[in-house]
Design a protein around this ligand. Structure first.
Ligand SMILES: N[C@@H](CCC(=O)N[C@@H](CS)C(=O)NCC(=O)O)C(=O)O
Length: 80
């Protein structure tokens, strides 16, 4: 299962659409910008840039740049 670290109505909207469109098995995890969670030590371990979104593929693999998220999800979809 994918985990999309997101915040509503920002750059994470696009990968959220894509995951939904390809009917991927995913879970949404809020990174709450209101509380500056994108700069919390826990989130910075996943994404040192503190940018949202981050896509978790498995316990220790994280995609942190939108283009890589789009390419990866599209490739997975084309293999199904
Ligand atoms: N270059 C980033 C674009 C994502 C991005 O810029 N996200 C913004 C929100 S739309 C962000 O997280 N900014 C950091 C902040 O708001 O503190 C990527 O490829 O993932």
């Amino acid at each position: 299962m994918f985990k999309l670290y997101y915040y509503p109505n920002n750059a994470s909207l696009a990968p959220h659409f894509l995951l939904h469109h390809v009917q991927a098995d995913y879970e949404l995890l809020l990174v709450d910008k209101k509380t500056n969670s994108q700069n919390s030590p826990g989130y910075l371990k996943l994404n040192p840039a503190g940018s949202i979104p981050t896509l978790s593929l498995m316990a220790s693999l994280f995609l942190k740049v939108l283009q890589s998220v789009f390419i990866f999800v599209s490739c997975i979809q084309s293999m199904n």
